[in-house]
Design a binder for this molecule. Structure first.
Ligand code: SF4
Length: 240
């Protein structure tokens, strides 16, 4: 509501998505007001929404955002009843400077002083090696660039390889450590196949393996090992 000079608690900002954390927020995690599994990592080079230009772009730095509710982006801590923030006294720094009628202060914080996964993980934790393995195998920047130009079979084959590696590492770590899906979103970000929406490329399952193809390509015939049903690959569901 840009005609106001104060917050009317309409909830619009919180419904548009939770904030990315910056270094001022580290104690909110350390003191338990925000938990690791309530965050989702936007890895460097993956697409993220930049409110300064009102569009998606490859993010230049890693971001830790408060997760959305269900499959949407409404901040996890937003309560529809009363349009209330459930951690208001301990809300992140970005929320404190967010004044929708005067957005300059918020826009100045974008990509500045951001918190990273390694800031929130004990340096001796072996999970860091798994994060590094994942970064080496399927870098966010490489995936985004390939997806933007994916044309011929070679691009699609490389993208398929990245999506398979991403799922394989997640499954391996989940099997070894028993982490929840919510924790996986913090450790490895959004699964690559979930980032295909709107790209014109889709994921299909064929003979028990996934493959990427242009959306207008013929689907693998059902009954001959082909299916668009992805549930057999990872049983993926979005965190509650
Ligand atoms: S933390 Fe609170 S104020 Fe910030 S976006 Fe979420 S619900 Fe809104």
């Amino acid at each position: 509501m840009k005609d106001t000079k104060h917050c009317k608690q309409c909830g619009t900002c919180c419904r548009n998505g939770g904030p990315a954390l910056n270094r001022e927020d580290i104690d909110l995690v350390r003191q338990g007001y925000i938990h690791h599994d309530q965050l989702v990592t936007i890895r460097q080079g993956e697409l993220g929404y930049n409110p300064a230009i009102a569009q998606l772009e490859p993010v230049p730095v890693e971001l830790l955002k408060i997760r959305g509710q269900g499959s949407g982006w409404t901040c996890l801590f937003f309560a529809e009843k009363g349009n209330a923030c459930t951690i208001y006294a301990h809300r992140p720094a970005t929320c404190r400077v967010l004044h929708c009628w005067q957005p300059e202060a918020l826009l100045a914080t974008i990509y500045q002083n951001t918190l990273r996964r390694t800031d929130l993980i004990n340096p001796n934790d072996p999970i860091l090696a798994e994060i590094e393995r994942h970064e080496q195998a399927c870098p966010g920047r490489v995936f985004t660039e390939l997806l933007a130009q994916a044309d011929g079979p070679e691009d699609l084959a490389r993208l398929t390889e990245l999506v398979r590696d991403d799922l394989a590492i997640r499954a391996d770590v989940a099997q070894k450590t028993g982490i929840s899906l919510e924790m996986e979103f913090f450790l490895f970000g959004r699964p690559l196949f979930k980032q295909l929406a709107g790209s014109g490329v889709e994921c299909v399952a064929e003979n028990g393996e996934i493959r990427l193809q242009r959306e207008n390509s013929p689907r693998p015939p059902a009954g001959e090992g082909g299916s668009k049903d992805m549930s057999g690959t990872q049983n993926y569901r979005l965190p509650k």
